[in-house]
Design a protein around this ligand. Structure first.
Ligand code: 3Y8
Ligand code: NAP
Length: 271
């Protein structure tokens, strides 16, 4: 009997959890514990860090995990790096389920920067009304540019005021839609949108709204991730579970964006 660990926190992870539940698979979805009420799931849920690579190796061994699917957000770089290292050490097959980066289209006014500090540096200059749709974890990065009025969209209300002297807090969780994001940007007279190149559909509305309103977007590029098997769709994950590289080896060959070739009869690890 397989025992699958899904590293979650994204729309794709929730879709995979539903597919695994429908197949009666033994599976657990793992949240970091970033928000007060993460979405309920149709499979077992665990919340909280593992304690670095060593903690994740121990978890894999103690729980008899036979497969890991990293379905975390493209910016959850530490978790993804830990998953590659821990699965290689524990000899547990790993597959990443992740989404394509967004690409600018006609009418988009993007300025792409390498990371969040570069985004803050790019905000140098006269005061503007800036929509920071980045969650709560990175607000301090923008304290170097206190001259702006920041509209902050957060999943939970912060415990203490953010380190930004002029701000408006909007407590909301995605997925969002274009019409509501247009209304939000108009109501708050947004001049500029700052966002991460998350990809996927859950966070895309603000880009569509910015395009419709002709607003500039400061787009933060994805952090580098270690080489690992990557797929884009839940069906590819199910194919991997049924026919993938189940030899018990952690994936070490980078196969970006492709479904791993099925191995002939790789021994499935028992639990
Ligand atoms: C805790 C648990 C699902 C998953 C839904 C997706 C879509 C809605 C859009 C904006 C952008 C942002 C943020 C965002 C979106 C989905 C997805 C996604 C962006 C939840 C969730 C957890 C988190 C963590 C949270 C971060 C934050 C990022 C808000 C759940 C709701 C900005 C990313 O306040 C905080 O501390 C928030 C922290 C990490 C920020 C960050 O950028 O670092 N997500 N978001 C996960 C955990 O504990 O492990 O599902 O309820 C999940 C979702 N948030 O199943 O439907 O798939 O991306 N999440 C970004 O994309 O830029 C909001 O406001 O426009
Ligand atoms: P991160 O910086 O890559 O991870 C930092 C540490 O948080 C990890 O080393 C791990 O702690 C713990 N962690 C992260 N994801 C976890 C998970 N799914 N289960 C258990 N522990 C986890 O991660 P992050 O960017 O803060 O993202 C945290 C969570 O929010 C992830 O699940 C991610 O999918 C979700 N999320 C993030 C974003 C984003 O933009 N960053 C957007 C949407 C959703 P230990 O080292 O102790 O194991």
């Amino acid at each position: 009997m397989r025992n699958i660990l899904v590293l979650g926190g994204t729309t794709e992870a929730s879709a995979l959890a539903l597919a695994l539940a429908e197949r009666g698979e033994r599976a657990t979805l793992s949240y970091a514990g970033r928000v007060a009420q993460p979405r309920a799931q149709p499979i077992a849920v665990r919340v909280g860090g593992f304690g670095g690579v060593a903690g994740l190796v121990r978890h894999l061994q103690d729980e008899g995990v036979t497969h890991v699917v990293d379905a975390t957000h493209p910016f959850a770089a530490r978790m993804s790096a830990n998953a590659v290292a821990a699965c290689a050490q524990a000899g547990v097959p790993l597959l990443a389920l992740t989404r394509e980066p967004w690409q600018p289209g006609p009418g988009d006014r993007w300025h792409t920067v390498a990371d969040l500090p570069a985004a803050a540096a790019a905000l140098d200059g006269a005061p503007q009304r800036v929509l920071l749709a980045l969650g709560r974890m990175h607000l301090a990065t923008f304290a170097v540019q206190p001259q702006h009025h920041y509209i902050l969209r957060l999943v939970d209300a912060p415990d203490e005021p953010p380190p930004l002297p002029q701000h408006t807090i909007i407590v909301a969780r995605g997925p969002f839609d274009e019409a509501s994001d247009i209304a939000l940007m108009r109501a708050h007279r947004v001049d500029l949108v700052v966002c991460k190149n998350a990809g996927g559909s859950g966070a895309q509305a603000k880009l569509q709204a910015a395009r419709a309103l002709g607003l500039p977007v400061l787009m933060v590029a994805r952090p580098p991730l270690p080489a690992r098997y990557e797929v884009r769709h839940v069906a590819e994950v199910l194919q991997w579970l049924d026919h993938g590289d189940n030899s018990g080896r952690g994936s070490s060959e980078p196969v970006h964006g492709a479904t791993p070739a099925a191995t002939s009869g790789g021994a499935e690890r028992g639990v």
